[in-house]
Design a protein around this ligand. Structure first.
Ligand code: SF4
Length: 335
């Protein structure tokens, strides 16, 4: 008899794992609380470092899911053990018994309005990285009005004890550099400044993107944290920062400020973890069986994890984890 697997979370990790498990002959139920698949990938316009569009990547992932039973707009109400199996009940009234569960609940973006000093939701021309992606997808955002001076603030809600997050979100330096180039391409007359603490351009091709931003697009990188943002009567923004390389205080007038909101543990993922008594770490991300050799397993037999549910990940890392989790689930179910 075909075995049932529940995958919770319809972002890239959930889609990739569902495709692999479906191809292995399992009956896969993919549970997604939103009314669409793709998670944050569905909201992104282009991907770093290549600048390729996100939409065909997502389309490709969805097209491979085969006979996966996709359950949209389905919140997990209960998840518990039933002997060696799991029983899940959903807000739609559906309930499923499964032999294994994979949590691919992803991440939440930090709510930038919590950093009041940056003025998101208060001043007219302060936006986030997610808003920029939405602007590039739709061409619409009244806050972005042919800006001539643009500032990008790194580490918003990351590496910040006061914001309740010590860790680095890993992907936002590369996102900032990518968006700096895109904004410069869209508004060629604009001056674009990146305010950073460190630049974490660790991946293949990322350093080239950084060089391109400086040489081709003339993006200026200023090492220093923005301490204060205020709005003048004419709606331009006054940004105070310190250039920590030259120990010089800076005051810059801007027409647009972009906040690189970081990754936070998914609230809905934490809720599901609690139901099944899966621990979370001090950082709020889901705990794994072993941080070196058991990244996709948990301490609960039959319960697996993949993607940003266990910490910040790039898209290729997320997809690789989804494939690893599928292989591990296959081994587990074969006994
Ligand atoms: S990736 Fe860069 S912007 Fe993001 S938290 Fe880390 S250092 Fe800050």
């Amino acid at each position: 008899m075909a075995k049932n697997i529940i995958v919770i979370g319809g972002g890239p990790a959930g889609l990739e794992a569902s495709a692999r498990l479906d191809a292995l002959g399992y009956t896969v139920f993919l549970v997604e609380r939103d009314n669409h698949l793709g998670g944050h990938l569905a909201l992104w316009d282009r991907l770093f470092p290549s600048g390729d569009p996100a939409e065909p990547v997502l389309r490709g992932l969805v097209s491979k899911t085969g006979s996966t039973k996709i359950l949209l707009e389905s919140e997990v109400q209960t998840l518990n053990r039933l002997g060696k199996s799991f029983r899940i009940s959903l807000s739609s009234g559906v309930s499923v018994i499964a032999d294994a569960v994979l949590l691919t609940t992803g991440f939440d973006l930090f709510d930038a309005s919590k950093k009041e000093e940056y003025g998101y939701g208060i001043y007219d021309h302060v936006v986030t990285n997610a808003d920029i992606e939405s602007y590039f997808r739709t061409g619409k955002d009244p806050r972005i009005d042919n800006p001539e001076r643009i500032g990008i603030v790194h580490c918003v809600g990351s590496r910040d004890e006061k914001a309740g997050c010590r860790n680095c979100s890993k992907v936002c330096c590369a996102t900032a550099v990518k968006q700096a180039c895109e904004l410069k391409a869209k508004f060629p007359k604009a001056k674009v400044y990146c305010f950073y603490m460190d630049l974490r351009m660790f991946g293949r091709g990322y350093e080239d993107l950084y060089l391109k931003a400086q040489k081709e697009y003339g993006v200026r990188f200023i090492r220093g944290r923005v301490s204060e943002v205020s709005e003048k009567i004419d709606k331009t923004l006054q940004v105070k920062a310190e250039d920590t390389l030259s120990s010089t205080p800076l005051k810059v007038s801007l027409d647009l400020l972009v906040l690189m909101a970081g990754m936070r543990p998914s609230k809905s993922g934490s809720k599901v973890a609690k139901m099944i008594r899966l621990d979370t770490g001090e950082d709020g991300y889901l705990s794994v069986a072993d941080g070196f050799t058991g990244m996709q397993a948990t301490t609960i037999p039959g319960l697996f994890v993949a993607g940003a549910a266990t910490g910040p990940k790039t898209l290729p890392e997320t997809l690789a984890e989804a494939r690893a989790a599928s292989a591990l689930i296959h081994d587990y179910l074969k006994g």
